[in-house]
Ligand binder design. Structure first.
Ligand code: G3H
Ligand code: 13P
Ligand code: NA
Ligand code: ZN
Length: 323
């Protein structure tokens, strides 16, 4: 069955790697994730966002994840699979997922005042732990859109708060803000350096803050949201075949690779998968205009997605052969 994050995070910290947390909303995304993780023998966290619950239905997604456990076995290797609520926005949402069989939830109280965040998070932990469900909390606010809250600038996590927060809430992991951001336009062009070929180089992640946090809560599992790298080759294909992505920029993979060797043991990636799928679908619809069987474009999109997920596991997260 599905597992919670406890053992996985313990091993990831000891082994200096990070577990992939990939979002899914449909069957093709789920198949690509499971295929990639089985082929690389990586544990995986399947994430369901509020948007995913609205798009696909929470019950359906929950049983798809349960089915994925069996699907992995059929593909030839049993891997640990976590079903995690991404950016839970209230106690009720978290409770609903816990009651339905999710093995992990995030309560994102990061945009509330500190004491309110603690109170809300503590309540979710109290309920979740009765059912052996692990909880992720968050301190600090990512720039960009998070939970329908738009932040102009990153509010970096304050290292002096983390010890108090984790001890008073009892959370199992902590998401922090050190300069990552959601979506495909993580930084404004004026925040970046522009290379001669037009590519944007974003400001580096604040590893100094991460180190300070690690000193305050040694060995405690840290989570990075907003960790897509926005591969230029996908942006190029999308724009070549009619897309209109402008100034797309992500987090360089070498910085995430470095983060993965620290107490960061869950790295969230959604946007890169969206770009990979969209690039492949656009290419096929443009180059094979007579095609109208969805399997003929969703199938190749799924294959592209699988390669992307394997690349992340092997070259960025280091979670291959850890299952
Ligand atoms: O954190 C955001 C994730 O990428 C999920 O996005 O709410 O559009 O499904 P979504
Ligand atoms: P990206 O938009 O960078 O893929 O981040 C996804 C995420 O943080 C999901 O919670
Ligand atoms: Na790590
Ligand atoms: Zn996120």
């Amino acid at each position: 069955g599905l597992v919670n994050t406890k053992e996985l995070f313990k091993k990831a910290i000891a082994g200096k790697y990070a577990i992939p947390a990939y979002n899914f909303n449909n069957m093709e995304q789920l198949q690509a994730i499971i295929q990639a993780c089985v082929e690389t023998r990586s544990p995986v966290i399947l994430q369901v966002s509020k948007g995913a619950r609205e798009y696909a239905n929470q019950t359906l997604l929950r049983y798809m994840a349960e089915g994925a456990v069996q699907y992995a076995k059929e593909l030839g290797y049993e891997i640990p699979i976590v079903l995690h609520l991404d950016h839970g926005d209230s106690f009720e949402t978290c409770k609903s997922c816990i009651d339905m069989g999710f093995s992990s939830v995030m309560i994102d109280g990061s945009h509330f005042p500190y004491e309110e965040n603690i109170e809300l998070t503590r309540r979710v932990v109290e309920y979740a732990h009765k059912y052996d469900v692990t909880v992720e909390g968050e301190l600090g606010v990512l720039a960009g859109v998070e939970d329908e809250v738009v932040a102009e600038k990153t509010i970096y996590t304050r290292p002096e708060e983390v010890e108090d927060f984790v001890s008073r809430t009892g959370v199992d992991s902590l998401a922090i803000a050190i300069g990552t951001s959601h979506g495909a336009n993580k930084f404004k062009p004026e925040q970046c350096e522009r290379l001669p070929d037009g590519r944007l180089v974003p400001p580096p992640l604040r590893f100094d803050i991460l180190e300070e946090i690690e000193k305050r809560i040694p060995g405690f599992p840290i989570v990075l949201h907003g960790s897509s790298s926005v591969p230029p080759q996908y942006v190029e294909i999308i724009n070549k075949y009619g897309g209109a992505l402008k100034d797309a920029v992500g987090i360089p993979e070498e910085q995430l690779r470095k983060a993965a060797t620290s107490a960061v043991c869950k790295i969230n990636i959604d946007s890169d998968g969206r770009l990979a799928m969209t690039a492949k679908i656009r290419e096929i619809l443009a180059t094979k205009p007579a095609e109208f069987d969805p399997r003929k474009y969703l199938g190749p999109a799924r294959a592209e997605l699988k390669e992307l997920y394997k690349h992340k596991i092997i070259n960025v997260l280091g979670s291959d052969n850890k299952a």
